[in-house]
Design a protein around this ligand. Structure first.
Ligand code: E4P
Length: 215
């Protein structure tokens, strides 16, 4: 299972990468708006830091605009993946990007049929947003199960990128289902390493170690 960090913050990305946890990065306009840098500059800096797929989202919502913007983003670095919203114009653009061998991450997916259309358009990744479904009293993880089953039924190459992750439990559930990728906020990445019994056990070992004769 691949882990991407869902962040536009270079400090967070650097820290998570130092843990050896990071295979790639996803960003979105909300995340990049916190950094105060122009998108192209922010994405270029992330590409310098992480050698893996880096998702950069288009802002256009019409096919031609998405194509123009996506091609510009793809020029930043060979690792850039163009993030396209799951709307009809977006799907039309994804088909063209697929022919041009530009990698795509189709974002804001909330249903199995949306995921099916993205795969048929040749998307590299599909991003179902599970946390936002949970927020509306839905069951986000059911969507991951449905999409992975559908993709495996028909042998689609599109990778399931579990997005809008809110907790370590989401990561465990996504891994049990066999999702290809989880994109995880920095806070949750650090939570993945934590267990109170580890801290209690370590404190006890260090305390007991003081009783061991030095020589
Ligand atoms: C994924 O690509 C999105 O950037 C992200 O996971 C959205 O998460 P949120 O629902 O916490 O904003």
């Amino acid at each position: 299972m691949k882990f991407f960090i869902d962040s536009g913050d270079l400090g967070e990305i650097h820290e998570a990468q130092a843990m050896g946890a990071i295979d790639g990065v996803t960003t979105n306009p909300s995340l990049l708006s916190k950094g105060g840098k122009p998108t192209k500059q922010a994405i270029a800096e992330i590409c310098e830091l992480v050698d893996g797929p880096i998702s950069a989202e288009v802002l256009a919502t019409d096919t031609q605009g998405i194509l123009d913007e996506g091609r510009e983003l793809a020029k930043i670095h060979p690792n850039v993946v163009v993030k396209v919203p799951l709307i009809v114009d977006g799907l039309k653009a994804v088909q063209v990007f697929t022919k041009e061998k530009i990698k795509t991450n189709v974002t804001l997916c909330f249903s199995p049929t949306q995921a099916l259309l993205a795969a048929k358009a040749g998307a590299t990744y599909i991003s179902p947003f599970i946390g936002r479904l949970d927020d509306l009293s839905g069951e986000g993880m059911e969507l991951i199960e449905q999409i992975t089953t559908i993709y495996s039924n028909y042998g689609f190459a599109t990778e399931v990128l579990v997005a809008s992750i809110r907790s370590p439990l989401h990561v465990t559930q996504a891994a049990l289902i066999g999702a290809d990728v989880a994109t995880i906020p920095f806070k949750v990445i650090t939570q993945l390493a934590k267990h109170p019994l580890t801290d209690i056990g370590l404190a006890k070992f260090l305390e007991d170690a003081k009783k061991i004769p030095k020589s």
